[in-house]
Design a protein around this ligand. Structure first.
Ligand SMILES: Cc1cc2nc3c(=O)[nH]c(=O)nc-3n(C[C@H](O)[C@H](O)[C@H](O)COP(=O)(O)OP(=O)(O)OC[C@H]3O[C@@H](n4cnc5c(N)ncnc54)[C@H](O)[C@@H]3O)c2cc1C
Ligand SMILES: *[C@@H]1O[C@H](CO)[C@@H](O)[C@H](O)[C@H]1NC(C)=O
Ligand SMILES: *[C@@H]1O[C@H](CO)[C@@H](O)[C@H](O)[C@H]1NC(C)=O
Ligand SMILES: *[C@@H]1O[C@H](CO)[C@@H](O)[C@H](O)[C@H]1NC(C)=O
Length: 614
């Protein structure tokens, strides 16, 4: 049944193959960075080619219905498996309990005791190769970063258009708010990105165990328990005084319609394609960009290299992260040209890889693989950051009736006054990523999932293993490498606070037996030391950013200027989550779509200037 459905979808999707081999703009990758940008450039009248390695699953219910997000992230149709490292110490990484092994014949072993002969893969890090990128398989959580996460770009570059105040206008531009009455100054109502919230009326029912936990959490975080039922509807993307220093319950916003349909760049791209007479957008699916091409005349000493197009390999599943990849398979290679600019938006792993394959990156690394150096840029692939995540998982004595409790709070040792933990609690289990995640622990499972905001390390890297564009890069997050003790302390403080709420659920839901970070089935005491060790080894993440970071003129590791231009190169920009110099808040999806809208404006402003000159 499913097979037929997919065929029908493929046949009815109006996506043309490119007729021309030259465009004004070429955008590589259709996620939150590249997808909206390509649509916006075409809507401004410029012929734009959007190249995407994956296909279009916009009508497939696995992707279209937001509640299926776990299924979507596991789906072979779009999955790109990266096997990453969390540290430089292989022995430490082998203690990660969802370490994955290849047992041969396409089966995985996940755990600490692999069968003989199994080949170590590493820690699974899912990505989606599909029209819309990871916004097609993510949970759709839409949250603004702290103001300082935008303002830091102003500080670094002097470009005031990055102020948090100005960045809000891009949310207003793209948002189609479905959860607030019209007229809220902080929000948009006419954009392409639907945002909605859950019905939190459950919190008014005092006889639910979840409500008792909510009231307890209110007490623990200095909120009025009697107001908790209202606070659970507070707008998490509000503006106002000291928002970033506010500890409060909120209603989790998702980029989905109030009817549960995922809203993503896919919608914006399709709506743009639907009017080909008006908007010159071409989408080329199942195509792997292998490198950026430069005007040979500009590759001499003394001139600035100029990007003029891309080299592509045609075909599905060509990248080795794709579980459907057949070893040895290649596709025909060709060149496509852009008269104005090439924009790389492959995401935090692939954008630095594409730049490096094109000769832009640390010279020593490129030379090692005989890649001619076009521009020595030491920051490409460095500065990889991510939110640390962990969870408090416990089994109740009975099913825990509760809606989702979303809470942003500050733990006592946080270095600034800003809140540092985003948590959501409910009768689900979420313990990170591995093939087949998540584990269902039974009807009494209850989790508080935590995202640590403003992680301080950003010591990770994305490095080539070869000059072969079908190979995956080597990805090492180097968790907790810088200021790790501090970030671990904050995670432990958060777990210690949340734990106190569980048994407030009362009978029959309580008592709970914790599974982790402390294992209540053993005689071990739940000490801070034990929990620190637990999070150090078991933290996971899925919001990778910052590998082609914007930075100031004086910063050696800066890859981009404040207008997304690759430093030292002409006609080339990077627009995606890799551009953020620091991890943007708790969830990067909506911030990346805002960044994309900003990039469109910046690129179009440049195009106008050039038109005037000629
Ligand atoms: C399982 C999961 C759940 C998540 N949940 C949330 C959430 O709830 N909220 C949130 O805010 N964030 C979430 N995120 C993170 C968020 O989705 C990403 O940060 C965001 O999608 C990044 O956008 P991007 O444009 O930088 O990259 P991507 O979304 O990765 O898009 C890059 C695109 O480029 C394509 N591409 C790459 N290389 C090439 C190439 N060489 N040739 C052609 N095409 C190429 C890829 O196929 C992909 O479509 C989640 C991520 C994952 C993996
Ligand atoms: C920006 O610089 C000012 C002045 O040095 C400083 O007070 C502020 O904290 C900085 N903000 C960020 C986000 O870095
Ligand atoms: C409150 O929850 C209890 C337990 O699920 C349920 O029996 C009761 O009907 C609910 N009350 C209201 C007003 O919804
Ligand atoms: C640039 O030079 C290389 C190497 O000499 C050559 O293979 C390639 O075709 C040239 N590219 C263009 C666009 O002229």
């Amino acid at each position: 049944m499913r097979y037929h459905l997919l065929c029908a979808v493929a046949a009815s999707t109006a996506i043309a193959t490119p007729a021309a081999s030259s465009y004004d703009y070429i955008v590589v990758g259709s996620g939150p960075g590249g997808g909206p940008l390509a649509a916006d450039l075409a809507r401004a009248g410029y012929s734009t080619l959007l190249i995407e390695a994956g296909g279009d699953e916009g009508d497939n219910p696995t992707y279209a219905d937001i509640m299926n997000f776990n299924e979507a992230a596991n789906d072979e149709t779009t999955r790109w498996d990266f096997w990453v490292k969390h540290s430089d110490d292989p022995a430490r990484d082998l203690k990660f309990k969802h370490t994955t092994w290849d047992t041969g014949e396409g089966t995985f072993y996940v755990g600490l005791d692999p069968p003989e002969g199994a080949k170590l893969l590493g820690i699974q890090y899912p990505r989606a190769a599909v029209l819309g990128g990871c916004a097609m398989h993510n949970a759709g959580v839409c949250s603004m970063p702290a103001d300082d996460d935008w303002n830091i770009v102003v500080n670094k570059t002097g470009d005031t258009s990055w102020s948090a105040e100005n960045m809000r206008k891009y949310l207003k531009k793209i948002e189609k708010n479905e959860y607030l009455p019209p007229g809220d100054e902080a929000h948009g109502y006419d954009g392409w990105l639907a945002t909605s919230v859950a019905d939190n009326s459950w919190a008014k029912n005092d006889s639910l165990p979840g409500t008792r936990m909510l009231r307890k959490l209110a007490k623990l975080t200095g909120q009025d328990p009697d107001k908790a039922a209202d606070l659970v509807n507070r707008d998490i993307n509000e503006v106002g005084e000291n928002v970033d220093e506010t500890t409060s319950f909120y209603n989790m916003v998702t980029h989905a319609t109030s009817k549960g349909k995922r809203s993503s760049p896919n919608n914006h791209i399709r709506a743009t394609l639907a009017d080909p007479a008006k908007y010159p957008l071409t989408v080329k699916l199942h195509t792997l960009v292998t490198r950026v091409l430069f005007d040979n005349a500009t590759l001499k000493a003394g001139s600035t290299p100029r990007a003029i197009g891309v080299e592509v390999m045609d075909g599905a599943s060509l990248y080795k992260a794709d579980p459907k990849h057949v070893p040895g398979t290649k596709g025909p290679v060709s060149q496509i040209f852009a008269s104005r600019e090439v924009i790389v938006s492959g995401g935090a792993f692939n954008s630095p890889q594409i730049l490096k394959l094109s000769g832009i990156g640390p010279a020593a690394e490129l030379t090692k693989f005989n890649i001619p150096v076009v521009k020595d840029l030491p920051g490409v692939g460095e500065n990889l950051g991510d939110n640390y995540e962990g969870s408090l998982l416990a089994m109740g004595s009975a099913p825990v009736e509760s809606g989702l409790i979303t809470l942003l709070f500050r733990t006592p040792s946080a270095p600034t006054k800003k809140r540092n933990i985003y948590t959501w609690c409910g009768a689900f289990s979420f313990e990170g990523f591995w093939p087949g995640f998540p584990t269902y622990h039974g009807p009494t499972q209850y989790t508080c999932a935590m995202v640590h905001m403003a992680p301080k390390s950003q010591a990770g890297s994305v490095n080539l293993v070869s000059a072969d564009p079908q190979d995956k890069p080597d990805i090492n997050f180097r968790f907790f490498e810088r200021h790790g003790d501090q970030d671990l302390r904050e995670l432990v403080e958060a777990a210690n606070l949340l734990r106190q709420a569980f048994n407030a659920a009362g009978e029959p839901a309580a008592p709970f037996v914790e599974k982790h970070p402390c294992n209540g089935d053993t005689d071990q005491l739940c000490t801070d030391e034990l929990q620190t060790e637990y999070f150090k080894l078991q933290a996971y993440s899925h919001h990778a950013t910052s590998t082609c970071a914007i930075g100031g003129d004086e910063e050696e590791m800066a890859v981009l200027d404040s207008k997304f231009r690759v430093r030292g190169v002409e006609g080339l920009r990077v627009v995606d989550a890799s551009a953020f110099p620091v991890v943007p808040g708790a969830f990067p999806s909506c911030p990346t779509m805002m960044l994309s809208a900003k990039a469109a404006e910046d690129i179009l402003a440049d195009a106008k200037k050039k038109k005037k000159k000629t």
